[in-house]
Design a protein around this ligand. Structure first.
Ligand code: ADP
Length: 184
């Protein structure tokens, strides 16, 4: 049973790597960013509520993402495991997740910190060119990462539940390392 939480700055490769691993393991890849972007495209009420935050690089309010994660983790396909990409992104969300997983009997999750230096992630994001990947928004997302998300590294380390992987290598090298880690 694999249940993984991916931490790491925007552009660290957590989206790409978590998608590859989820396909390999045949478990759902749950990306809150992707779910929010799809909701924005479809202009659902979630999308309409989230769009100003996402487009400016701010975190959407906890309640919105927490509700969507809770709903997703109650679907039947998650019984064989899952990879969470982009959630939790704040200590408050991690506390929520811990409680939720206990309630729905889905413990044993592991957190992976995919790390890469700022200059590397900025260059990758500028290259990617998503709508929220303008230089100004990227800088802001990095600030938000440092202030709100990076404290989760200590949060999971304190719980003896953190593995750090160097994301500043080729995609193949990182995938190889991650595969090794999750099967050991
Ligand atoms: P990246 O990791 O490249 O920044 P994501 O696709 O994970 O991109 O997230 C894109 C945006 O979606 C974030 O900048 C934020 O606005 C919103 N978002 C995603 N996950 C969360 C979350 N857990 N809490 C709050 N906002 C979120």
């Amino acid at each position: 049973m694999t249940r993984l939480i991916f931490l790491g700055p925007p552009g660290s490769g957590k989206g790409t790597q978590s998608q590859i691993l989820a396909e390999n393991l045949n478990i759902p890849h749950i990306s809150t960013g992707e779910i929010l972007r799809q909701a924005m495209k479809d202009q659902t009420s979630l999308g309409i509520k989230a769009q100003s935050y996402v487009n400016s690089g701010d975190l959407v309010p906890d309640q919105l993402v927490q509700d969507l994660v809770e709903e997703r983790l109650n679907q039947p396909d998650v019984k064989s495991g899952w990879i969470l990409d982009g959630f939790p992104r704040k200590v408050t969300q991690a506390v929520f997740l811990e409680k939720l997983l206990a309630e729905i009997n889905q413990g044993g999750e592991r957190a992976i910190n995919l790390d890469a230096p700022d200059d590397v992630v900025v260059a990758r994001l500028l290259d990617r060119g998503r709508k929220d990947d303008t230089e100004e928004v990227i800088r802001h997302r990095l600030e938000v990462y440092r202030s709100d998300t990076a404290p989760l590294i200590d949060y999971y380390r304190d719980r003896q539940n953190l593995l750090t992987v160097n994301g500043d290598r080729s995609q193949e090298e990182v995938t190889h390392d991650l595969r090794h880690i999750i099967t050991s």
